[in-house]
Structure formats: C-alpha cells, structure tokens
Design a protein around this ligand. Structure first.
Ligand SMILES: C[S@@+](CC[C@H](N)C(=O)[O-])C[C@H]1O[C@@H](n2cnc3c(N)ncnc32)[C@H](O)[C@@H]1O
Length: 374
C-alpha cells in the first residue's frame, strides 16, 4: 500500500521538548543568504508591480519560528523599494500553508509574539499584515488564479507527495531492503524511481504555482538537496538516512522489530541535485531561474541550543537526533509504532555521535529564485 504523505505527515506539534517549534530554530545569522535572496527578489518584484495589497505565501510553514525569519526580509524588500520609488507601502496578505495535520493552533498562538517582535525590529517601517491559514498539499492548487505576488518556502520541498511507486511490489517484494532511503547498497532502480517521483511532483508544484502567481511574480525556495550527481555523499543529508537505517537494523538484530518492517518502509522525500532542479524547471516551462545558490550548514544548524558549536560529539548527536525526531517521528510511528520511538532515537543519537566524531555532517541546502514567465 502506498503511503500518502498528505494523510500522515506532520512535524511534532506544540512547543514541548520534542516539538518541531522547540528543536528547529534557525537563527538569522545562519540563514544569511536565503534572507538576502528573498529581500532582493521582493525588492525587484515590488519595484515592477507595486501592488496596493501585497500577497505572499509561505508553503510548508510548520509550527516553528522559521517562517518569520524570512517574512521580515519581505517587509525589508518592500520598504526599500517604496523608499526608492517614493511610494506609500502596501498592506500584506500572508498565507501560511501546510498539510492538514499541521499544528496550525501553535502557529496562530505565536503570531502576536511575532507581530510584536517585528514591530520592535522595524519601528516606523513595520507594515500591517493579515495572516490566513491554508491547509492542503502544495502539490495541489491552493490559491485563486493570478493572485499571489511572492511565494517562499523553507526546508519543505524535499518532501514528496508519496513514496515512489514500485519500491515495494504488490506482493510485498522490497527493492530497497535494509534501507529507508537511497543508500550505497541500493540497486540502481531505487534512485531512478525516486527521481521519477520527484519529477512528477515538482512538475505539478510548478504548474500549480504558475497558475496562482501573477505575471512578474516570484518564488524563492530553500530546500535540502545534494551536491553530487550520484547519492554517495558521506557527510550530506542523504547519509543521515543511512544512519537511520543502521539504527533500525540494530533493532531488527535485537528482535525489537521485524526485518520486513524495515524493508517495506521508504522515506517519502528526495534530495535533488541543482542540475535536476534546473532540468525539471526547464521541462515544465513556466518559470525562469533568476538565482541559485548552495550552502552547506552543519547537521545541527537549526538546533535551538545557542552554543551547539561548543558541544562534544555525544551532545551534538543528541541534538541532531532531537531535530530529526521532531521532523520524522509522526511518520515513522505510523509505520513502526509509537512504542519503539524512544529506543530508535536514542540509538540514532549514539550512531550520529560516533559518525560525527570522525567526520562532521553537513546538509546541502539550495536557495533558488524563480520568476514567472509572461
Ligand atoms: C521541515 S518542515 C519546514 C518548516 C518550516 N518551513 C521551516 O523552515 O522550519 C517541512 C514542512 O513541510 C510540510 N510539507 C511537506 N509536504 C507538504 C505538502 N505537500 N504541502 C504542504 N506542506 C508540506 C510539512 O508538513 C512540514 O511542516
């Protein structure tokens, strides 16, 4: 049976110790380039269109603070453009999108806090904004035609709409046994099926956004990818899923879970290379890529703990495992059961600690700016 991501995926909600909000706080310093790219693209777009009401949408907003890190740059881009052209600033419609299972209550509970922070930060340059929650998959239509000026999304576009079909046959034969994502031991058909699914999904994503974004509108997407044509990185984010598979296989060896449970589970995500992003964009044909950059932050970059840099590998392993738990627990628990989660993530913390004591793990992160073609 194919796992439908929009029915089961959600980050861990609330603000508790295991929540996404608690464990994933990208501080502004670590997000410098995506912020600069968002600001520049909003500035250029606003200078051209200067709409009375500026409509922007965050796709895959989740329930943490990261969305507001970039929203602040949208305000800066608009203000700078208004100053240059002596225009009075617009009001902003802010659409916050995520899947139906997302903890929108936490998002809206924290809104006032964000508003107050932004007011203080911007002073006279604060612009009134009106947030609206939009539940639904970004692989479907979310907004009326030609209504959105600027779309942004951080760390969400690596998710697929479903696990690639064919990884497990109708009669239960697994093509990627012992792995939960593409790994060095996966047969060549596995990355091929993953890429086919990515191509289908990203094409749909672009097609729907092209209908919603008005002429001259822009989109800045920041997401996890890979820096090499194959999937062989041992420091990149692909590799973290091999460490995950190791933790699960240890549990198989101890008789905690069945080998079949691991063999039949595959993560519904894909880390594209920049070439693949460009290829699909070109094939779909609605957008031009105006800017594309790669960053390589450490695995623990979005952790709340300010001084993670000073942590030893054991503490850092725990931090990274907590980040991963906040992201993947709900999905994994739907397949393996809630009961094994503590065991799984404490094994993962140990395995990560052992790995990073030899080689520091890095994500490969792309920020790509798109302009809609006329
Ligand atoms: C890792 S979180 C990133 C959240 C936030 N943007 C950030 O930067 O911290 C990924 C988010 O994308 C959402 N997501 C995944 N697939 C989605 C889809 N098809 N449509 C809408 N949201 C999706 C997930 O529910 C999750 O909240």
């Amino acid at each position: 049976m194919t796992l439908k991501v929009d029915e089961v995926l959600s980050m861990v909600g609330g603000t508790g110790e295991n929540s996404y909000a608690f464990n994933n706080n990208i501080d502004k310093g670590k997000f410098g380039r995506p912020k600069a790219i968002v600001k520049q693209n909003v500035l250029e777009l606003y200078s051209l269109l200067h709409p009375k009401n500026f409509v922007t949408a965050d796709l895959g907003c989740s329930s943490g603070n990261n969305s507001f890190v970039l929203f602040s740059d949208i305000v800066d881009g608009i203000n700078e453009s208004c100053d240059k052209l002596s225009l009075s600033p617009p009001e902003i419609h802010l659409f916050l999108n995520d899947l139906q299972g997302n903890d929108f209550n936490t998002v809206f509970r924290s809104l006032n806090e964000h508003k107050e922070k932004l007011k203080k930060e911007k002073g006279e340059k604060f612009l009134p904004f009106y947030p609206v929650g939009v539940p639904g998959s970004f692989f479907t239509r979310l907004f009326p035609k030609n209504t959105v000026h600027f779309v942004y999304s951080t760390l969400s576009l690596q998710w697929l709409s479903e696990v690639p079909r064919g990884l497990v046959s109708e009669d239960g034969v697994a093509l990627n046994p012992g792995n939960i994502y593409i790994s060095k031991t996966s047969p060549p058909i596995v990355p091929k099926l993953y890429f086919e699914q990515y191509k289908r999904d990203f094409t749909m994503f672009l097609k729907h956004r092209a209908e919603e974004i008005c002429s001259g509108g822009r989109m800045v997407l920041t997401y996890i990818g890979r820096s090499v044509p194959d999937h062989s990185e041992s420091v990149g984010n692909t590799y973290i899923w091999s460490l995950f598979s190791r933790a699960l296989n240890e549990m198989v060896a101890k008789g905690v879970i069945k080998a079949k449970d691991v063999d039949t589970f595959n993560m519904p995500l894909y880390k594209p290379s920049m070439e693949e992003v460009k290829l699909v964009t070109q094939m779909e044909g609605s957008f031009d890529i105006v800017e594309a950059e790669m960053m390589e932050p450490f695995w623990e970059f979005s952790s709340k703990t300010e001084d993670w840099v000073k942590c030893d590998s054991v503490k850092t392993g725990v931090l990274i495992a907590k980040e991963m738990r906040a992201t993947a627990e709900v999905l994994l628990a739907a397949h393996f059961g809630e009961a094994i989660m503590d065991d799984l993530f404490s094994r993962l913390a140990e395995i990560i600690a052992e790995h990073i004591s030899k080689e520091k793990g890095k994500h490969v992160m792309f920020t790509v700016a798109f302009q809609k073609r006329d």
